[in-house]
Design a protein around this ligand. Structure first.
Ligand code: AMP
Ligand code: GLY
Length: 398
């Protein structure tokens, strides 16, 4: 039996799964003891930053994810930046501040565009890419003077604006060995043509054609391997999924925008749709430190996922709309649930990003067609989705 905590309507409807309404790390460890759970895998960053892996390990429970200390790669931007600088991992130049006057002065010296990031976890609201000085100063006021992000924004990282194309590079790490997953690319803006506000991600596809085999080797050599070695050297070996958000410049040089210590959403959905190897066996190798013996098998097709979000997302998602029309999963299309709940047997919207509809095809165009054919059948009031997921991959020559 597989338990999902807390789960959603998608996991509630799957007869192989059982939802458990617990989110507190200590209570989850108690649950794992009581139910003799063999292996736990952590999805989101909040329990990781709270030390769920430390708690489970102290009790002798098997768990895949980074410790509280290693999770600082995601939970503190200042930690991640100083780590990268110390280990010579390519990233944007930066300075960090807790004093607003000093931050304003630095912004005036550097000029715009410039990027302001809250140090702590801010659920996607902590990064301001300022195109004008005015926006940059306002971001500093919002975080440092008005404390609008609380403790997460009590310190900020101010960094150089990087131009280029983004890609997501996700690997599994067992403390020593690294197993790369398939590459992917997501779409952060709410609206078509990459307009509108930043979101957690409105769609993604795998593979990402921008990651050529030689760039892949470079990312492993210059970013991933030094990160894994550096964390071990610094006394906090990384175990878990490691996600490097990359910016690739016009000359093909990769730099690290951020680390996440989990899989990405929505990158995970197309990646998992392509994975043919049994995930549980891979996880077992990961907790046993034998990832070097694993070879992953991937569906050669492209998987492309379109996110359907609630009305009002990202600022003020409206809950409660009734969802209809999700097609049965097939070899060419599968719909993943995110913010959904079952209320009196009815499928309802319960969060910002509601569904991710993944189509598979021999080309990006065909995968896109599969996904949008399903999206057209699904209905809930106020549904928002982009109609151009995959445009960068379609634009590429060849
Ligand atoms: P992060 O959470 O650090 O990845 O930032 C969220 C998004 O902001 C990224 O996916 C980029 O689109 C953008 N971003 C972050 N840092 C930079 C940077 N230094 N230059 C340009 N864009 C950035
Ligand atoms: N899609 C980016 C993330 O999960 O942070």
């Amino acid at each position: 039996m597989v338990y999902v905590a807390p789960g959603n309507a998608g996991t509630a409807l799957d007869i192989r799964l059982k939802n458990v309404p617990i989110t507190d790390p200590g209570w989850l460890a108690q649950f794992a003891q009581n139910e003799h759970i063999n292996l736990t895998v952590v999805g989101p960053e909040t329990p990781l930053a709270a030390g769920i892996v430390n708690i489970f390990r102290e009790q002798g429970l098997k768990i895949f994810g980074p410790t509280r200390e290693a999770a600082q790669l995601e939970s503190s931007k200042e930690f991640a930046k100083s780590f990268m600088q110390r280990h010579r991992i390519p990233t944007a130049r930066y300075q960090s501040f807790s004093n607003a006057a000093a931050a304003h002065k630095y912004i005036d010296e550097r000029g715009a565009p410039i990027v302001i990031k809250a140090d702590g976890l801010a659920a996607g609201k902590g990064v301001v890419v300022a195109t004008t000085l005015q926006q940059a100063h306002a971001a500093v006021d919002m975080m440092l003077s008005d404390n609008r992000l609380g403790d997460a924004g009590a310190r900020v990282v101010i960094e150089e604006f990087l131009e280029g194309e983004e890609a997501s590079f996700i690997v599994m790490v067992d403390g020593k060995n690294v197993l790369p997953l398939a590459t992917s690319q997501d779409h952060k803006r709410l609206l078509d043509h990459d307009e509108g506000p930043n979101t957690g991600g409105m769609g993604a596809y795998s593979p990402a054609p921008i990651i050529t085999p030689s760039l892949h080797a470079r990312v492993m050599r210059e970013i991933i391997n030094p990160t894994v070695l550096g964390m071990a050297k610094d006394g906090m070996p990384f175990t878990g999924f490691l996600y490097a958000g990359l910016m690739i410049d016009a000359r093909g040089n990769p730099r690290t925008l951020e680390f996440n210590c989990r899989m990405g959403d929505p990158e995970t959905q197309p990646i998992m749709a392509r994975l043919k190897t049994d995930l549980v066996s891979v996880m077992e190798h990961a907790v046993n430190g034998t990832l070097d013996t694993v070879e992953l098998e991937w569906d050669r097709r492209t998987a492309l996922g379109v996110v359907m979000a609630a009305a009002g997302y990202p600022d003020d998602p409206q809950k409660g709309a009734h969802i209809t029309g999700i097609p049965e999963a097939s070899a060419d299309c599968v719909t993943f649930h995110a913010g959904t709940a079952l209320e009196n047997g009815k499928l309802e919207v319960s969060g910002g990003r509601v569904l991710c509809v993944v189509g598979m095809g021999d080309s990006v165009r065909m995968a896109q067609k599969q996904a949008y054919t399903a999206v057209e059948q699904i209905h809930f009031d106020g549904a928002q989705f982009r109609r151009d997921i995959g445009w960068r991959a379609l634009k590429r020559p060849g």
